[in-house]
Ligand binder design. Structure first.
Ligand code: CAA
Length: 295
């Protein structure tokens, strides 16, 4: 893999925006692409708020913030990714959509560039095969919030070349992250363990084992997790959690990955957690209060 100078990020939502911020902060020219201008503007506003906060907390200087801003190039035009050395995809977790986006960029981006998907539970091989560069295709899985979480999983599928894998590990280190190697096995390492834990916490709510607050306090205070499982489920997004569980169940056929009925109903009701304002907690209050779930 040749030296990375320019990075492309597909998607400027929660993850894509965070990843673009990480790349520009690490010194890379970063083109971030959303299909529509509304979501792109909202994503950039969120990156700008985060960077301004870092200046206020004296984590970066005002000059650094200016330089990072100048390295970020928002666009709705896929052609602007043509010169990128690596493209990181963070669009919605929908395989057909991701395959289409990859097929589109494959015809635009220089042939030597690496393609990396931030998918959390879809199969890397299924995306690699929608491009003509399956040997240069890899998984690069960040954690939310991307600027704050040190880990990335670098995921190798059956077609990934040694050069692509090593180059991506090196790139992750250049981002200031701690990469770990995982195989193309749905859930990789972290979600394989984390998702059943979160689903079990929701099952505990369903069974009336304890209150929402006490389940969260139990894991925060008894296991020193920074967030309890129900707060974390709201933070990830209950719709996202539900779709990751569905992907894991389809791959592994193990009941532990099945979505609890309560989770499915909350998603059907539009209760997506923090991003929709309502999940296991009600975010219209500050601090958030426990939601009334009618259990
Ligand atoms: N964007 C950017 N930076 C953020 C941030 C955000 N949304 N939220 C927090 N941070 C940064 C803060 O700026 C702060 O940075 P500095 O130390 O440089 O000032 C740092 O994180 C700590 O933040 P706070 O002091 O405000 O708050 P905290 O100590 O309560 O930490 C937290 C917040 C980092 C989110 C912490 O609660 C935490 O680690 N929670 C667990 C998060 C987690 O498990 N994420 C993984 C989710 S699973 C996933 O992402 C994979 C998947 O596929 C589903």
């Amino acid at each position: 893999m040749s030296e990375v100078r320019k990075v492309g990020v597909l998607g400027c939502g929660l993850m894509g925006g965070g990843i673009a911020q990480v790349c520009a902060t690490a010194g890379f020219e970063t083109v971030v692409r959303e299909a529509d201008s509304g979501p792109l503007e909202r994503g950039m506003a969120s990156i700008n708020r985060s960077l301004d906060g870092a200046v206020r907390r004296e984590r970066i200087s005002a000059e650094d913030r200016e330089a990072i801003g100048a390295r970020l190039h928002p666009t709705t035009n896929l052609e602007d990714l043509a010169e990128c050395d690596i493209v990181i995809e963070a669009v919605t977790e929908d395989l057909a959509l991701k395959q289409q986006v990859w097929a589109d960029v494959d015809g635009i981006v220089q042939p030597g560039a690496i393609f990396a998907s931030n998918t959390s539970s879809l199969t890397i091989a299924a995306m690699a095969s929608s491009t003509g560069r399956a040997d240069r295709f890899v998984g690069l899985h960040f954690f939310n919030p991307a600027p704050a979480m040190r880990l990335v999983e670098v995921v190798r599928t059956v077609t990934t070349s040694d050069e692509t894998f090593e180059g991506t590990m090196e790139f992750a280190r250049a981002l200031g992250k701690e990469p770990i190697a995982a195989k193309d096995h749905s859930g990789f390492i972290v979600n394989l363990l984390l998702i059943p834990y979160l689903l079990d916490a929701i099952r505990a709510v369903e069974r009336g084992v304890a209150s929402i607050e006490d389940i969260d306090a139990g894991m925060r205070l008894g296991a020193a997790h920074p967030m309890g499982p129900l707060t974390l489920a709201d933070f990830i997004g209950l719709d996202t959690l539900n779709s990751i569980a569905e992907n894991l169940l389809a791959e592994h056929h193990e009941p532990r990955y099945g979505s609890p009925p309560l989770l499915r109903r909350m998603v059907l009701a539009g209760m997506y957690g923090r991003k929709s304002g309502m999940g296991f907690y009600d975010y219209s209050a500050d601090p958030p209060t426990v939601a009334q779930l009618g259990l």
